[in-house]
Design a protein around this ligand. Structure first.
Ligand code: SF4
Length: 362
C-alpha cells in the first residue's frame, strides 16, 4: 500500500504535476523560494529539471547563517576570545569565516566553542559549569526563536547567572517586503514551511495586501513543492494573485500561539542588518529589558561595527536572487565546502553549498 510519505515522493504524481505546470505556464516567470530548506529540497529532488524553461527558481535569503551580517560573525568570534567563556552554537556557524578568523579556528587555538543541538543544551552547559559564562549564539528565524525564548525564560526562572544569549534572530515577513521592493522582479514567492508553522498564513497578509504578488506556503516534499509551483503558475496565468496555503497539514491561519507568545514575552522587534540586503526595518528580535541580565550584547558590551564582507564573495547578490553561484568568480575556483569563503558555501542550507553538492553548474 502507498504510504503517506511515498505519495509525496511518487515519481508518477511528480511527473503529472510537472506536466500540469508545463501545460499551464505560458510566460517566463521568476519564483523565489524564501527558505533554505526548500532550496536544498529542490536541488536534492531534481525538481528544476522537471520544470519548463519558462520557470526560473531563485533562492532567497532563507538560510539564517547566510544572512547573518559579517559584523555579527566577527562579534561572535570576539566572544570566543573572552576569558572563562564557553560559546555554544549550532554547527553551521562555526565554519563561517569572519574578517580574520572563524569560531572553528578560535576553537583550534584553544577557545571553548561547543556545538549544541538545542538551546536547552546550552542552559544545561551553564548549570554544569558554574565557574564559566556560557553564551548561546542565537541565529535563526521564527522557527528557532521561540525555543531560544523558552530557554531564556527557564534560565531566568532558575536564577542562572552564567547563561547569556546573543540574539541575532530575524523575522521573515519584513524581508519579503524588502525583496518585493528590490531591483529584481519576482513573480511569486514560495513561502517557508517551518516559519509558517509558527507565524501562520495570516502573518503574510499585510505583505500580500501591499504587493499583490502570488504567494504560496509550501511543504518540503517533492510533490509539495511541485503543487505549490503549480498554484503559483495558476495565479500568474489567471492574473489573480492570492495568498494560499499548500501546506495545510502543518500550517494554520493563526500559527502556533504558544510559540508566538513566548517569543513576544522575551523579544522585542527591532531593525536588523541582513547580509546582502542591508538594514531592514523591524526585521530583527532583540532581548527585552526584563531579561537584560541574560542579554550577551549588554553584559559583554558587544560593539557591532560594520565590517566589509569577504572580498569577491557574491553571497549578498545570491541571497537576493540577483546572481546564481556559478556567476561568482570564486565559486569552485577558490571557494568550496572544504574552504568556504562565504556563509552560502558553509551552511547546509546555503545556495552555493546546494549548487556545489547537487547541481554542478547549471
Ligand atoms: Fe561567496 Fe563562495 Fe558563494 Fe562565491 S561561491 S558567493 S565566494 S560563498
Amino acid at each position: 500500500p502507498l504510504t503517506h510519505s511515498d505519495a509525496f515522493h511518487d515519481p508518477k504524481i511528480a511527473r503529472h504535476l510537472a506536466d500540469r505546470i508545463a501545460g499551464a505556464s505560458r510566460r517566463p516567470v521568476r519564483f523565489m523560494e524564501v527558505c533554505g530548506t526548500h532550496t536544498v529540497s529542490i536541488f536534492r529532488s531534481g525538481i528544476r529539471s522537471l520544470l519548463p524553461e519558462t520557470i526560473s527558481l531563485l533562492s532567497g535569503p532563507g538560510c539564517p547563517v547566510c544572512v547573518t551580517a559579517q559584523k555579527e560573525i566577527d562579534a561572535f568570534i570576539s566572544l570566543a576570545r573572552e576569558p572563562d567563556t564557553i560559546v555554544a552554537t549550532f554547527g553551521d556557524l562555526i565554519r563561517v569565516p569572519g574578517s580574520g578568523s572563524s569560531l572553528q579556528r578560535e576553537k583550534a587555538d584553544g577557545a571553548d566553542v561547543r556545538i549544541v543541538y538545542s538551546t536547552f543544551d546550552a542552559v544545561t552547559l551553564a548549570r554544569e559549569n558554574p565557574g564559566q559564562r556560557v553564551v548561546f549564539l542565537g541565529v535563526g528565524f521564527e522557527t528557532t526563536a521561540p525555543t531560544v525564548a523558552a530557554a531564556i525564560v527557564t534560565a531566568h526562572q532558575q536564577g542562572l547567572d552564567n547563561f547569556f544569549v546573543v540574539s541575532a534572530h530575524k523575522i521573515v515577513p519584513p524581508a519579503l517586503e524588502a525583496l518585493a521592493g528590490g531591483v529584481i522582479n519576482i513573480d511569486g514567492f514560495l513561502l517557508p514551511g517551518h516559519v509558517s508553522v509558527i507565524i501562520g498564513l495570516d502573518a503574510y497578509r499585510p505583505f500580500f495586501d501591499h504587493h499583490r504578488v502570488p504567494c504560496v506556503v509550501a511543504g518540503f516534499e517533492p510533490t509539495d513543492l511541485l503543487s505549490s509551483i503549480a498554484m503559483l503558475v495558476d495565479q500568474v496565468e489567471s492574473g489573480r494573485p492570492a495568498l494560499e496555503n499548500a501546506y495545510t497539514r502543518a500550517v494554520s491561519s493563526a500559527g502556533n500561539p504558544k510559540a508566538m507568545a513566548v517569543m513576544r514575552e522575551v523579544f522585542a522587534v527591532a531593525d536588523a542588518d541582513w547580509r546582502g540586503i542591508g538594514t531592514i526595518a523591524a526585521s530583527g528580535l532583540v532581548i527585552r529589558e526584563k531579561y537584560a541580565a541574560l542579554d550577551a550584547v549588554k553584559v559583554f558590551d558587544m560593539h557591532l561595527r560594520p565590517v566589509p564582507e569577504p572580498k569577491g564573495c557574491a553571497c549578498g547578490e545570491i541571497l537576493t536572487g540577483m546572481k546564481i553561484p556559478p556567476q561568482c568568480p570564486l565559486y569552485k575556483t577558490v571557494c568550496n565546502p572544504m574552504a568556504p569563503v562565504g556563509p552560502c558555501m558553509v551552511s547546509s542550507e546555503g545556495t552555493c553549498a546546494a549548487y556545489y553538492r547537487y547541481h554542478g553548474d547549471g
